[in-house]
Design a protein around this ligand. Structure first.
Ligand SMILES: [Zn+2]
Length: 253
């Protein structure tokens, strides 16, 4: 078994037998993996303390060639995101982020951008009173970095360029079709009768967040009606494309 090092976000921990712990980790260099830390419940100090969910840790492990549980020999917390642990709302949002991350990733599928995104989101959550804002940025960028990006620049049915036209002509906005994965132009509304009309600022906000770096995205002004519409659109899009109920969402707000 090869010995490996990486940074990891702790997704979940569960007791294993009398003294050991199973940890689900999302690592920067290897993607998601399961690890076993033998004996840690007897002598946690030997391993750098008990791993806590959400924390960013430096890990050392023997990679299991069969991709079964790897043997983790070190799991040192580098950041514990304490303000999240002290606040129920922030904890609910952090749980939601980790559930989304877990849902869009497969074991050993490395995705450094998703790793950095999650660390950025957890850090930002520590210092904000607007957890909802961090959630919208996280959702939009997670979709982007995991290959589920909604199509907003042209009609998903006829490929006609659409946002450009909408900016010039009042009322020329397309409708958002969660099931088809993006915008339908006026001529193509019939292809999804559940497609939803949107405010102009909603799609523009999604595009802006997709293209900006994290700090610019944080400063974007989002009016309350647009914030509400972003929730509806992103929730329905995530539900359809992830094909799984995101259980932690019901604890938000
Ligand atoms: Zn069309």
């Amino acid at each position: 078994m090869a010995i490996q090092k990486s940074e990891a976000i702790v997704l979940k921990t569960s007791d294993f037998r009398e003294t050991s712990l199973v940890v689900n980790l999302f690592t920067k260099d290897f993607g998601k993996l399961g690890g076993l830390i033998k004996g840690i419940r007897l002598t946690p100090q030997r391993y750098g303390g008990m791993p806590l969910i959400f924390s960013r840790s430096s890990i050392v492990f023997y990679q299991n060639p069969k991709r079964d549980l790897s043997l983790v020999t070190q799991c040192d917390a580098q950041e514990q995101f304490l303000p999240i642990r002290e606040d129920l709302e922030k904890t609910a949002y952090a749980n939601y982020f980790l559930e989304l991350l877990d849902t869009v990733t497969q074991d050993y599928d490395k995705n450094e951008r998703l790793f950095e995104l999650t660390v950025d989101a957890l850090r930002a959550l520590c210092h904000t009173r607007e957890s909802w804002r961090i959630a919208r940025i996280f959702e939009i960028r997670l979709l982007n970095f995991s290959g589920f990006k909604p199509r907003l620049d042209s009609c998903v049915n006829c490929q006609k360029e659409i946002v450009q036209e909408a900016r010039l002509k009042t009322g020329g906005q397309g409708r958002f079709s969660s099931i088809l994965g993006g915008i339908l132009c006026e001529r193509c509304f019939g292809h999804d009768k559940n497609a939803q009309a949107t405010l102009k600022g909603t799609l523009a906000s999604i595009e802006y967040i997709e293209k900006s770096d994290w700090s610019k995205a944080l400063r974007l002004k989002i009016a309350p009606d647009i914030a509400a519409e972003l929730v509806t659109i992103l929730n329905s899009f995530l539900d359809i494309h992830l094909d799984k109920e995101i259980k932690s969402r019901k604890f938000l707000h």
